[in-house]
Design a protein around this ligand. Structure first.
Ligand code: ADP
Length: 503
């Protein structure tokens, strides 16, 4: 199913979701769990302080409690319990103003009840109180912080947390410690925080919307531009503009790739159009000749001469080679390419070809010179290598210079057999050298009859040489001529040849 959400909106929603998570997290930490954290930490600090008292000797308790009371703002009441007689005696008291201990100290019943509970609690017994302005101490189950300031709070002086702990100290004496801390500021702090958070959340929401919108628009803009340009390209406009300004790395890369693809597609399209024009011209010319000569020979007496028949044969051969080229290239395009190798002497093969080209001497004044070493054995597909040699020689003849000379050289060097086809013709400009191997490419776009060619020859040569894993190349100088060459490893019977076909 096609995804309807655009990048812009997806980015926007992602960013909004992220902001919502941040706000929710802030609310959770600052509001929902704030008091919980606060109680937990106060409780831990009180338990820790109590532990310190149990580790302190009885006579140091007074000093220690004063010190801690000042430092941690805890009120402390410590009794020594004589378990055998069941009597308790107060050994130290440090009670800060407004402490719950002021009331508890004189409330024997409550003190005993708390003592009974603390007796069984290893980590102490925790209590929460509300201390009213009238001096009343009301025990509450849960922490006494109310969500919002309300009328019921009007009489509230402070909220308190108390810890009662019963344990023997370092000297083996049983101590009963009562400790109390104020919780009062939390309610106000939480209320303030809540208010702050509401404002902060609203501001964060508005800022998030603005940032998310501008970011998503900014980030998706180059993508939208590329999309539009790609649509233009699909509609056949190869000059579509894929340049994006201020895009990010991946988009810039995509834009470069698309520009390159558009250029290449444009090139192929242009070359294909040229090829079509050339091919139709090349097909028409020999056909016209064949028909014309055929009609002359049919209608005019004495014209049925071997020369005229030769013209028809030559033109038909030209046609056939053009059609073969086209068939060849379409078979490569379809991926039906395979080679069957055998050992062959390249010099012998090339010499045979040169012999076949000898008729050009009589008919066109061309000189084909062969220079070759002996025993130039290679392991290759004979038919294909012949095709390569013929294509290179055809080109050399087609583009030969005034001397009409083509030199074919077959040499051995460094374990390789090298074939060079040299002419002294027009040559190829340096900037065109890498293009000539491309399909449909012709250096001179103006089509000249006599210099036939589909622009496919060298691309067929390249493919065959690549299939053989051969090294190949061209050196050329405008006006001085060209030298096309390829190299294959010399085949020695001892060495097993490569049997796999490179792709
Ligand atoms: P074509 O059938 O047009 O010759 P090729 O693929 O064989 O096609 O060659 C591609 C182009 O390379 C030619 O159109 C020509 O411009 C250039 N070329 C090939 N061989 C030579 C050469 N020996 N001298 C000069 N130019 C050459």
């Amino acid at each position: 199913m096609r995804q309807k959400t655009t990048v812009k909106w997806r980015l926007f929603f992602c960013m909004m979701a992220f902001s919502a998570c941040v706000i929710a997290f802030l609310w959770g930490m600052q509001i929902l769990f704030f008091d919980e954290f606060y109680y937990q930490s106060t409780q831990q600090r009180m338990q820790f302080t109590c532990d310190q008292f149990f580790r302190t000797s009885t006579e140091d308790l007074a000093n220690r409690s004063e010190e801690l009371a000042v430092k941690r703002q805890f009120s402390v009441l410590i009794y020594v319990v004589d378990e055998s007689s069941g009597t308790t005696s107060e050994v130290c008291s440090n009670i800060l103003p407004g402490s719950a201990l002021t009331v508890l100290r004189h409330d024997k019943d409550r003190l005993n009840r708390i003592y009974a509970k603390a007796y069984h609690e290893k980590n102490g017994y925790m209590l929460h109180f509300n201390l009213t302005e009238s001096g009343e101490l009301v025990e509450t189950d849960a922490p006494g912080i109310t969500p919002w300031p309300s009328d019921t709070d009007s009489d509230l002086l402070s909220e308190r947390m108390a810890l009662a702990m019963f344990r023997s100290n370092a000297e083996g004496k049983m101590l009963y410690i009562l400790m109390d801390a104020s919780l009062a500021p939390v309610s106000t702090t939480v209320s303030t925080l809540r208010l702050q958070l509401v404002v902060l959340s609203c501001a964060l929401f508005v800022i998030s919307v603005i940032i998310a919108l501008s970011l998503s628009v900014h980030l998706s803009k180059p993508l939208r531009k590329l999309n539009n340009a790609a649509k233009e390209l699909a509609a056949g406009n190869y000059a579509a503009d894929f340049q994006v300004n201020g895009g990010y790395c991946e988009v810039n890369e995509l834009s470069e790739t698309l520009s390159y693809a558009a250029d290449e597609l444009g090139k192929v399209d242009r070359l294909q159009k040229e090829l079509l024009a050339n091919i139709s011209h090349d097909l028409r010319t020999p056909l016209t000749m064949i028909i014309g000569y055929g009609e002359i020979m049919r209608d005019l007496e004495g014209e049925n001469t071997p020369e005229n028949v030769q013209v028809i044969i030559d033109e038909a051969t030209r046609l056939s080679s053009l059609v073969n080229d086209l068939l060849e290239i379409s078979s490569y395009q379809a991926g039906n390419e395979s080679i069957s190798r055998e050992s062959l002497d390249l010099s012998t093969v090339v010499q045979d070809v040169c012999r076949r080209y000898q008729h050009l001497k009589e008919r066109g004044g061309y000189t084909i010179l062969f220079e070759g070493d002996e025993n130039t054995l290679i392991f290759a597909d004979k038919k294909r290598i012949l095709q390569v040699v013929c294509n290179l020689m055809n080109n050399a003849i087609n583009y030969a210079g005034a001397d009409k000379t083509v030199i074919v050289r077959c040499t051995k060097a460094h374990g390789n057999v090298r074939l060079s086809v040299i002419d002294h013709g027009v040559g190829i400009p340096e900037q065109e050298l890498s293009n000539i191997w491309n399909r449909y490419y012709k250096v001179d776009k103006t089509h000249v009859r006599g210099v036939t060619g589909s622009g496919l020859g060298l691309s067929i040569v390249r493919r065959i040489l690549e299939l053989h894993g051969a090294r190949y190349g061209v050196s050329s100088k405008v006006g001085a001529g060209s030298c096309f060459w390829f190299e294959l490893p010399e085949y020695t019977q001892q060495e097993p040849p490569l049997l796999d076909t490179p792709h």
